[in-house]
Write a protein that binds this ligand. Structure first.
Ligand code: ADP
Ligand code: MG
Length: 396
């Protein structure tokens, strides 16, 4: 079901409450990475240009329902003001009489950023009273926080009970790209799933069975699949309680005629640390005392080939311990293959996005999701509460 967006409503002269995802990394009291702030600019600029008074709200970090000095939104307001070249007012709370007064005074074209929503314990409880207070600040609710859409909180879901709720441009784009990939992908459709643990990604692997042409498995989770093939993985990270599940998944993929690629060679070391002595071994020859920490060069080459001519590629989860340079090669090769692929390349997952940045190829990727957890749940086929709460586009 298509959702209404801010283009479907008249915002002129209105007070518009916008849930953004400004949950950015901070360092020494400054915004260390403003990707998420930049991602919200199209919505904010559209609202300003269309004569709306813009009230922004977001969570930042995990303050656990208390005011934490180092998680205040001031550095975010500052960076947003710099990016827009425009004043951004800020309140010390997100509800209460002072906030209400500031919101009332706000003129069309002006911007107000509320304090961290998670300073209030009611936020995560999706408390109706708190949601109603937030809603009372405005006439329209725009949700542009795709990264928080998998959470049913007061600022993502609750407010939609009290205001007409529509999607912002970032939200719209994320939903469009991901749902198109799942429901009407161009083929060949390749998924690359990696990361530490199979248990984090079971839902995605299951949901993709009848959709993809090729499934590529890498990272720590590949070890559990390799063990399911009967290989001795020595000291590698293996989820022993998931070996049977891995077997079942492999069988299901085979029944569906999907090309399932697992590592045929691995980079191993005794220790997972910088400067460790590494070896490349066949996947069924991990020596005693060693751990598999990256896919090997032969495997990487096979994966690059499989990605090359794909029309749709989804990548979630690195191929190895890419944070350590000795084990980063496989992930870097996959990142470059994504960049060189001319199909629709989509990346979700915090670490995968970091890997692509490390490879310096972010510009060459079709879509980099701003929501790690949210994109994962989307790919699992789940409905995201923050999306469900938005108004449906009428059939007419
Ligand atoms: P994403 O954030 O992209 O969804 P995950 O959080 O699932 O990815 O997985 C990323 C983590 O997996 C990284 O910290 C990486 O070091 C780890 N990892 C990848 N391969 C291995 C491996 N072979 N052994 C142990 N950890 C691994
Ligand atoms: Mg991660």
């Amino acid at each position: 079901m298509k959702k209404m967006t801010l283009k479907d409503i008249d915002v002129s002269g209105k007070k518009v409450l916008v849930r953004v995802d400004f949950n950015v990394p901070l360092k020494d009291g400054q915004v260390a990475d403003d990707t998420r702030i930049r991602a919200a600019l199209p919505t904010i600029e559209y609202l300003i240009n269309n004569n709306a008074a813009v009230i922004l709200m977001s969570h930042l970090g995990r303050p656990k329902g208390e005011v934490k000095e180092d998680l205040k939104m001031d550095p975010v307001a500052q960076r947003l003001a710099d990016l827009l070249g425009k004043e951004v007012k800020k309140t010390d709370d997100c509800t209460g009489s002072d906030t209400k007064k500031e919101a009332e005074k706000l003129q069309p074209g002006e911007i107000l950023l509320l304090e961290n929503t998670r300073f209030n314990p009611e936020e995560k409880k999706n408390d109706p009273g708190f949601a109603k207070e937030l809603a009372s600040l405005a006439e329209i609710f725009v949700n542009d926080a795709f990264g928080a859409a998998h959470r049913a909180h007061a600022s993502t879901v609750g407010v939609a009970d009290y205001l007409p709720a529509v999607a912002g441009f970032l939200m719209e784009k994320e939903i469009d790209v991901l749902s198109k990939a799942l429901t009407a992908p161009e083929h060949p459709f390749v998924a690359i799933i990696g990361g530490a643990k199979i248990s984090d990604k079971i839902g995605v692997i299951e949901n993709l069975i009848d959709k993809v042409d090729t499934l590529i498995i890498g990272g720590g989770m590949a070890n559990t699949f390799l063990k399911a093939k009967g290989y001795d993985m020595a000291e590698s990270l293996v989820e022993d309680d998931k070996v049977d599940l891995a077997k079942e998944l492999m069988q299901k993929y085979e029944e569906n005629g999907v090309n399932l690629l697992l590592p045929t060679d691995l980079v191993v070391a005794r220790e997972m640390k910088e400067g460790a002595a590494t070896q490349v071994v066949a996947a069924n020859e991990v020596p005693a005392g060693y751990k598999a920490l990256d896919i090997g060069p032969e495997t990487a080459q096979q994966y690059v080939e499989a990605i090359k001519d794909a029309k749709t590629v989804i990548w979630n989860g690195p191929m190895g311990v890419f944070e350590i340079k000795e084990f980063a090669e496989g992930t870097m090769k996959v990142a470059n293959a994504m960049a060189n692929c001319r199909g629709k390349t989509i990346i979700g997952g915090g670490d995968s996005v970091a890997a692509v940045e490390k490879a310096g190829v972010t510009r060459d990727i079709f879509h980099i999701s701003t929501g790690g957890g949210a994109s994962l749940e989307f790919l699992e086929g789940k409905e995201l509460p923050g999306v469900v709460a938005l108004k449906d586009k009428s059939e007419t």
